[in-house]
Design a protein. Structure first.
Length: 191
C-alpha cells in the first residue's frame, strides 16, 4: 500500500519487482483497498476519480508519449475543448500502443521534433510530459485539418489574452516545423 501511495499508480511489473505477487494485488482489489484502473495498473480507490486519471494511465503505460494537441491545450487551460480522446505524440517508428481506456489518438513525429519544448506537469506523484504552449499551438496549426480551425483559433486567442504566449518562441517553433506561411495571416489579425 505504501508503494501505491508513493507512486500514485502501480504497474504489475513494479509490484513484482518489490516482491508483491499478482494474487496479493487481486486480494487487495477484492477487499476494496486497491482499484484496478486498467490491465496491469492499480491505484487507490480515490485515484479513479482524480481529474487527470486518464492522462496518468497513459503516462504510466506509454512512458515515451508526450501529450499534444487538444490534450495539451486542456492541460495548459487554453480554449474550452474537452477532447474525447487522449492525444499523444510518439517518435516515428515507435509501436502504437493499444489501451482499453482511454481512447488514444497517436501522432507520430520525427524524433528531433518529438523532443522540442518539453515541459512536465504533475498530477500527484505522476509526471505528465507535455509540449509547451508555443509548440502546442504550432502543432495545432499543423494538424488543423484533423482538429478544425475553431479550437486552434480559440486557443490562440486565449494564449494571447492570458499573456502566456512568447511570440519569439512561437515563430521559432513555426520556423522549425515550416508553418510560418500558414500561421502568418492569423497572427497578423490577432496580434
Amino acid at each position: 500500500m505504501a508503494l501505491v501511495r508513493r507512486r500514485g499508480i502501480l504497474r504489475t511489473q513494479e509490484a513484482a519487482a518489490a516482491g508483491v505477487d499478482r494474487s496479493t494485488l487481486a486480494r487487495l482489489c477484492q477487499s476494496g483497498q486497491l482499484t484496478r484502473l486498467e490491465r496491469g495498473l492499480y491505484g487507490l480507490p480515490a485515484a479513479a476519480v482524480r481529474e487527470h486519471i486518464d492522462l496518468e494511465i497513459v503516462a504510466k503505460r506509454v512512458p515515451q508519449a508526450v501529450f499534444c494537441l487538444l490534450t495539451a491545450l486542456r492541460l495548459h487551460s487554453l480554449g474550452t475543448q474537452q477532447p474525447r480522446s487522449v492525444w499523444i505524440s510518439l517518435p516515428r517508428g515507435t509501436h502504437r500502443p493499444t489501451l482499453q481506456v482511454p481512447q488514444l489518438k497517436v501522432i507520430q513525429v520525427q524524433p528531433a521534433l518529438h523532443q522540442l519544448q518539453l515541459e512536465t506537469h504533475r498530477s500527484g506523484p505522476i509526471r505528465l510530459p507535455i509540449y509547451g504552449v508555443e509548440k502546442t499551438l504550432v502543432d495545432c496549426f499543423r494538424h488543423r485539418h484533423r482538429l478544425g480551425m475553431e479550437p486552434v483559433l480559440e486557443a490562440l486567442r486565449d494564449a494571447i489574452s492570458q499573456r502566456r504566449l512568447n511570440v519569439d518562441e512561437l515563430w521559432r517553433q513555426a520556423k522549425t516545423q515550416r508553418m510560418q506561411r500558414v500561421m502568418t495571416p492569423y497572427l497578423e489579425a490577432l496580434l
